[in-house]
Design a protein around this ligand. Structure first.
Ligand code: COM
Length: 524
């Protein structure tokens, strides 16, 4: 279906996308300029975040880009099954958590668990996700003027040729951004009804779970687990590693980790770490329990009506391997250099197809890096250091070195922390907001009022790490990351002289100012 001359509004896009999603025989959607046999600067195979941002950047630089995607919408899994529902669920978890702690107190009504429903939130998401899809398509076509073929499977023919929608498209370069899918662990019983991952949760959940066993200790496991628990679904996490000590997470400060994990326990979640899931068991085709081998070697069986897999994701690289002979690294992801170039000249890989954090900044910037190199720039993108975050019922944010890492690297490490660790002061119950967004807790349930820590190299006076458990500090951490990792770094003196918008991530500013006058810095 040629839509080049159609200028759909959001409602029309929404309808068209929905009709494509519900009809497996629906036609491809072609938004192509009218010239014969064009040669694109790049074909972006996959129109997720990396493909969309890369192609838009290329177009803005005067290049010609084409996106091909199997879905009838742009934006990839983020608005469809991943980040957007996750954020909806995490925000709901935060609200539910507050409502439970304050049930029938102050202006809060008595908490009614029958109204806290996983299924209702999934349905809310499904009813609304089309708006994001429609907007991505509208913006890409009408504002960014990027050509695309949607609702069509791309077949990579060679490094300059891709077939889709019954046509063949030619480009000087290919950019592979086909994303990743959840990995299923090798455990019997995963085919039982009642076993979900973050994709099937939104696509297939059709009952209200009452008990949940989560297999895996990933960010996804902790985030979705916190949401399930907040709704009243009794949740147990079974993880081989200690939570937040999985390989995928780096720079996790131990004090922050303890605050987060203890917070999950305090909210009723059971955490069984250093344990191996042995089997998922069922009755009449439905999940009924999970057998787990504990660190002691003993086996135990956990009754449940809902199993959620949080064991990570992996890209599908088979096509790129077969058609192009592309090199894949030991982690199963496409090997690239810092320009996103693969082992095959003229072929780039981006987003979740490559190693590194499966986070939005990497997806989008890797797409842009590929585009800019294709357009003649010599640009490297190093994503080894970055600000990181995830949600429990809190927002957990961190950047730079942990206290332990800093102590290995520097002789004189200064810690500025809220609550401070002071013997005899009962600091875990300090009735002050210890992080952004926790004033209400500070006045009524101080042990819930968050945590923050700044790590400073005393000799250079430079901030080398920041760690925060609270709400609403993500924005600040984007800029802290930039400042900490800029060539001059960020000293406690510069930080202490910033203009705070009182309170709270700005504790870092005010607390730094309280210490900055010291020639020899001290903890606070
Ligand atoms: C975000 C998708 S939901 S994209 O990064 O804007 O394409």
């Amino acid at each position: 279906m040629d839509i080049r001359d159609e200028h759909y509004n959001l409602g029309e896009w929404n309808q068209l996308i929905e009709s494509c999603l519900s009809d497996p025989d629906s036609e491809p959607l072609l938004n192509l300029e009218r010239d014969e046999n064009p040669v694109y600067d790049a074909i972006f195979v996959g129109g997720g975040a990396g493909g969309r941002f890369g192609s838009a950047y290329m177009k803005a630089m005067g290049g010609r880009s084409l996106i091909i995607d199997a879905w009838p919408f742009l934006g990839g899994s983020c608005p469809h099954q991943a980040c957007v529902p996750h954020h909806l669920f995490s925000e709901a978890a935060e609200e539910l958590d507050r409502m439970k702690w304050f049930s029938d107190e102050l202006f809060f009504p008595k908490f009614d668990p029958s109204r806290a429903s996983i299924l209702a939130l999934v349905k809310l998401f499904l009813a609304g996700r089309g708006s994001a899809h429609a907007f991505m398509n509208w913006q890409t076509k009408e504002q960014l003027d990027v050509e695309f073929v949607l609702n069509a499977h791309a077949t990579i023919v060679d490094r300059n040729t891709v077939a889709a929608a019954g046509r063949t498209f030619t480009a000087r370069n290919l950019v592979l951004g086909m994303g990743a899918r959840p990995v299923l662990p090798d455990i019997p019983g995963l085919d039982l009804e009642g076993v979900y991952d973050f994709v099937s949760l939104v696509e297939e959940l059709d009952y209200e779970p009452t008990r949940c066993v989560i297999i895996g200790g990933s960010k996804v496991a902790m985030e979705y687990g916190s949401f399930f628990q907040a709704t009243g679904c009794d949740t147990t996490i079974v993880s081989r590693s200690q939570l937040m000590r999985t390989k995928a997470l780096h720079h996790v400060d131990e004090d922050l980790r303890q605050y987060v994990v203890e917070g999950m326990r305090k909210r009723g979640m059971t955490i069984i770490d250093q344990a191996v899931p042995v089997s998922v068991n069922g009755v009449d085709g439905r999940v009924s329990s999970v057998t787990v081998r504990l660190s002691t070697g003993e086996e135990t069986t956990l009754d449940t009506d809902f199993v959620f897999l949080g064991t990570g994701e992996r890209p599908t690289v088979a096509q790129a391997r077969e058609a192009l002979g592309i090199e894949v690294g030991p982690t199963g992801r496409v090997a690239v250099n810092k320009r996103m170039q693969t082992s095959v000249p003229g072929v780039y890989a981006i987003g979740d197809m490559i190693d590194g954090p499966m986070e939005m900044f990497k997806a989008r910037k890797s797409g842009v890096t590929a585009a800019r190199n294709i357009m003649g720039e010599d640009l490297e993108f190093d994503y080894t250091e970055f600000p990181d975050f995830f949600h429990t019922t809190y927002e957990v944010t961190w950047v730079g070195l942990t206290e332990a890492e800093a102590r290995e690297r520097f002789d004189d490490v200064i810690i500025i922390q809220m609550p401070p660790t002071v013997e005899g002061l009962d600091t875990p119950n300090l009735p002050l907001p210890c992080a952004e967004g926790t004033m209400l807790y500070a006045f009524s349930k101080p042990e819930l009022s968050g945590f923050q820590k700044l790590v400073v190299d005393g000799a250079s006076r430079k901030v080398v790490g920041a760690h925060h458990v609270g709400y609403g500090a993500k924005d600040a951490f984007q800029y802290l990351d930039h400042l900490i990792h800029s060539p001059d770094g960020l000293t406690i003196d510069t930080l202490g002289w910033m203009n705070e918008l009182f309170l709270n991530p700005e504790h870092f500013i005010q607390l730094s100012r309280l210490r900055a006058g010291n020639q020899t810095l001290r903890d606070l």
